[in-house]
Design a binder for this molecule. Structure first.
Ligand SMILES: [Fe+2]
Length: 309
């Protein structure tokens, strides 16, 4: 598990000053590109990029499985073939880098605006110990989030860090099945939701898309007046950008009789809301949700965008 805090407003690479109530941050959640061939037509990627560029204060959260090769079933066997031949190993590593470079270039539109880069099932570990997902993260100057991460997205209205507002995300590449959305989502919800308290949960690897609220959660106050704080956390399952059952190419979905996935990405819009908040400090002491003037950061929209050709 990785823990990271992203401060929007005091970042290294970009600056964002927000006037409360008037601006928002848009977080795009995507992954499962499963695509190594830069010649492959990818209008879905272009659509995502267009929406990213036309959204206010966009940020990207990448959920793993960027390449199609280097799957777990063949990775160890490939490594073992190369283990006694350093030259062959280093040539193979160079080929992997060459194959990954177009993806780095295509994602460069979001450089400096990436909340984090998860690892998935498909990756290659170089002789140096670095893996392809870490290489992608360092090339795009983004935090490497491994498989599961908790991130704190912080907005700093008017550049005053004393009034920082936080929103917590638990994100992961995840694991799942080709079951129905409800049964796959139930498995994930049962394993994660009761045990980690966050504002928003995001899972990739879905082959499906869905957003739901598992229920209102009542948190007993530890400080201030006795009582509860009511929360309505959101869970989001995101498919991927890779098409399957395409003409002229047999994919593993066809071999394993998996359903074709909807091409989709998740969108979380956060904004500062001054009207609906309380000024009491939050009991869990894990984040500041008030700025002393009654403002808090809320999710104003959480959707999965289904791309249609
Ligand atoms: Fe995966």
């Amino acid at each position: 598990m990785r823990y990271s805090a992203v401060e929007l407003g005091k970042p290294v690479s970009h600056s964002l000053r927000i006037n409360a109530g008037s601006e928002s941050v848009t977080i795009f959640c995507t992954g499962d590109f499963h695509e190594d061939d830069p010649r492959r037509d990818s209008p879905q990627f272009a659509a995502l990029k267009d929406e990213f560029k036309s959204s206010p204060n966009p940020r990207l959260l990448l959920l793993g499985d960027y390449g199609e090769q280097w799957r777990p079933s063949s990775r160890e066997r490939l490594s073992s073939i190369l283990v006694r031949d350093d030259d062959e190993r280093s040539q193979f590593d160079d080929d992997v880098r060459r194959k990954q470079d177009p993806l780095i270039k295509r994602l460069s539109f979001a450089e400096g605006k990436i909340i984090g880069i998860h690892s998935g099932h498909h990756h290659w570990t170089f002789a140096s110990g670095e893996n392809t997902d870490q290489r992608l993260a360092s090339a795009l100057r983004a935090p490497y989030l491994d498989i599961v991460a908790i991130s704190r997205v912080q907005m700093i209205p008017c550049g005053d860090s004393r009034h920082a507002l936080s929103y917590t995300l638990m994100s992961m590449h995840g694991a799942g099945s080709s079951k129905f959305v409800c049964s796959d989502g139930a498995q994930w919800q049962n394993a994660i939701f009761p045990y980690w308290i966050a504002d928003h949960y995001v899972r990739g690897h879905g082959h499906k898309a869905g957003v739901w609220c598992p229920g209102a959660r009542n948190v007993a106050r530890r400080f201030g007046p006795a009582g509860i704080i009511e929360e309505s956390p959101t869970m989001m399952m995101v498919g991927g950008l890779r098409r399957c059952y395409t003409d002229g190419h047999t994919s593993y979905e066809e071999q394993k009789l998996l359903p074709p996935q909807p091409i989709s990405w998740g969108i979380i819009r956060l904004k500062i809301n001054r009207r609906t908040c309380t000024s009491a400090a939050r009991g869990l002491a894990r984040q500041a949700v008030t700025d002393g003037h009654g403002a808090r950061m809320i999710v104003s929209e959480s959707v999965t965008r289904i791309w249609r050709p």
